[in-house]
Design a protein around this ligand. Structure first.
Ligand code: HEM
Length: 508
């Protein structure tokens, strides 16, 4: 009797699996999109979910070699397509209707909720308009002080290791500097992460941004109920860390809101406007203030609305820039000619006094540094994969991507295509000098994504990366010490071997 029930259930599961996948299978087959062997029910899940973050990039690379520029995978009943085909990039990124994120982004939802990165529709549209104001260059100018000050702390923190011998994993130090910058610019509070990495909010954030993406690649942790069952302690830690983060953000928002209300009551309140000399100064901080003073259809944003946006900035604004800056320092250390040219440019534009604050106008003149950063993000894009979810069948050229599929644009491999980037594995910043850059198509180089859901923080990120890299280079010569990087993907591009350099103090 039990055996009959068991086999009955099993056969029903197989039939359900076959019927639910049939449409996608047929369409993908007709489109010539194949992929690794897929078992009934499990799909490629067993193989893919045992890989771990450290092997994922190699695995995806080997699939491109075997199956061509676009391949499909089934993870249980989830349909996934991976592509490095620029026709797909163009169709997907320029679409104004295909804005929903791929299935993997669900792992960000517990701490980002429905912030700008994950939201769609009217909510996303109205908030995007508010943020566009917040990243106006007049506001960014006021953040320069914070970026400059924290770069100064970074070079001090590096000093004990600068003997020309020690191997320094830059990500560890750069990431704390980036956290100090984003916390002060987004929330207006100083957490002093570089001096106190044990600050509870910082520890919680660091833990959440590692645990959540790591889970998506582990079969035993991928599903909430299974995660709770197989890793109860880690599950408890995650819940607790998210609580710590949210409580901290709530506290900051509450205090800031009360300060604004007090100012309104005693008549000292002055609404912020672009060009306001006090924007971003210690007494008035821009990103959070802009949210506090914004309304959508006449209604102000609630604390919960604001929290999801501030949390999104904290996630997007820390790990991405840290990955970019650390990879850039790693590349510069291994290319002495590039380093010499860069240092010369820094001396020319910023002068000899390395303690003097830098401004946006000066950073804009650092053209070669910009090429170095662009070339770094070509080879090591901080966000190596962008995902979207199709709600309907999507025709792209002669191929169709079926409805209910997560399609992942693998920037990491697309930006290494020899057709657009000759000698693609060599680090050559000169590719991005204006004269050489005109031929390139818009979608061949998209580290900040493109189209309506592109990175809203890209100007902020470029200023921050330029400030941090230029400061480090003015104080230290970078040496090619330590192991080569080994790319690892967990949402952000990291390296299993660190991003290591040696540091030698410069005399002037
Ligand atoms: C080197 C640094 C950065 C890189 C490479 C980068 C890259 C990206 C990419 C590729 C996306 C699109 C993601 C997707 O569609 O899945 C994105 C979105 C976003 N980024 Fe950045 N980012 C960087 C820094 C920043 C910073 C510093 C901020 C904020 C201060 C920021 C805020 C955002 C936000 C809010 C979105 C969502 C935009 C939307 O969906 O409308 N990013 N970023």
């Amino acid at each position: 009797m039990w055996l009959t029930l068991f086999f009955g259930a099993l056969i029903s599961l197989f039939i359900w699996d076959y019927l639910s996948k049939r449409h996608s299978y047929q369409i993908l087959k007709r489109s010539g999109i194949t992929g690794p062997t897929s078992l009934p029910v499990l799909g490629c899940g067993l193989e893919a979910l045992q890989l771990g973050a450290e092997n994922l990039i190699d695995y995806v690379g080997s699939c491109f070699e075997k199956y061509g520029n676009t391949f499909r995978m089934w993870i249980l009943n989830e349909s996934q397509v991976y592509t490095k085909d620029l026709r797909h990039f163009e169709a997907i990124l320029s679409s104004t209707s295909l804005l929903e994120k791929g299935g993997l982004y669900q792992f960000l939802r517990p701490f980002l909720n429905d912030g700008l990165l994950l939201s769609v529709g009217r909510k996303w549209h109205s908030r995007r308009k508010i943020f566009t104001k917040a990243f106006h260059f007049t506001i960014l100018e006021h953040f320069m002080d914070i970026m400059d000050k924290q770069s100064g702390v970074l070079v001090e923190k590096l000093q004990p290791f600068a003997d020309g011998e020690q191997v320094v994993d830059m990500l560890k130090y750069v990431s704390l500097a980036a956290l100090d910058i984003i916390t002060e610019t987004a929330m207006g509070v100083q957490v002093n992460a570089q001096n106190d990495p044990e600050f509870p909010y910082i520890k919680a954030l660091k833990s959440v941004v590692y645990i959540q993406p790591d889970r998506m690649l582990k079969f035993s942790q991928r599903y909430e109920w299974l995660f709770r069952l197989t890793a109860p302690l880690m599950h408890h830690k995650l819940v607790n860390d998210i609580r710590i983060m949210h409580e901290f953000t709530d506290k900051v928002i509450g205090e800031r809101r009360s300060a604004v209300e007090r100012a309104i009551a005693d008549g000292s309140y002055r609404p912020l406007s672009l060009g306001d000399a006090e924007l971003g100064s210690k007494s008035q901080m821009a990103l959070l203030d802009i949210l506090l003073q914004s309304s959508i259809q006449g209604a102000p944003l609630s604390n919960a609305d604001i929290r999801e946006e501030v949390d999104t900035f904290m996630f997007e604004g820390d790990d991405t820039t840290s990955s970019g800056v650390s990879h850039a320092l790693y590349c510069i250390a291994r290319h002495p000619a590039v380093q010499a040219k860069l240092y010369e440019e820094l001396q020319q534009v910023l002068g000899k006094d390395r303690t003097a604050p830098v401004n946006q106008a000066q950073l804009q003149q650092l053209k070669y540094l910009e090429c170095v950063i662009k070339e770094t993000m070509r080879l090591y894009p901080p966000v190596p994969v962008i995902g979207r979810y199709t709600k309907e069948d999507l025709q792209i050229g002669d191929q169709i991507i079926p409805a209910n599929t997560s399609i992942y644009l693998v920037i990491y491999f697309a930006q290494r295509d020899p057709k657009y980037f000759p000698d693609p594995l060599s680090f050559k910043p000169e590719r991005f000098l204006d004269d050489n850059d005109t031929e390139r198509q818009t979608f061949t180089y998209v580290p900040f994504s493109a189209g309506p859901k592109n990175c809203i923080g890209q100007k902020f990120a470029m200023l921050e990366m330029k400030t941090l890299i230029s400061k480090v280079l003015r104080y230290y010569e970078l040496l090619p010490k330590g192991p080569e990087t080994k790319a690892m993907f967990n949402f952000i591009l990291r390296s299993t071997t660190g991003m290591c350099v040696g540091l030698k103090p410069r005399l002037t």
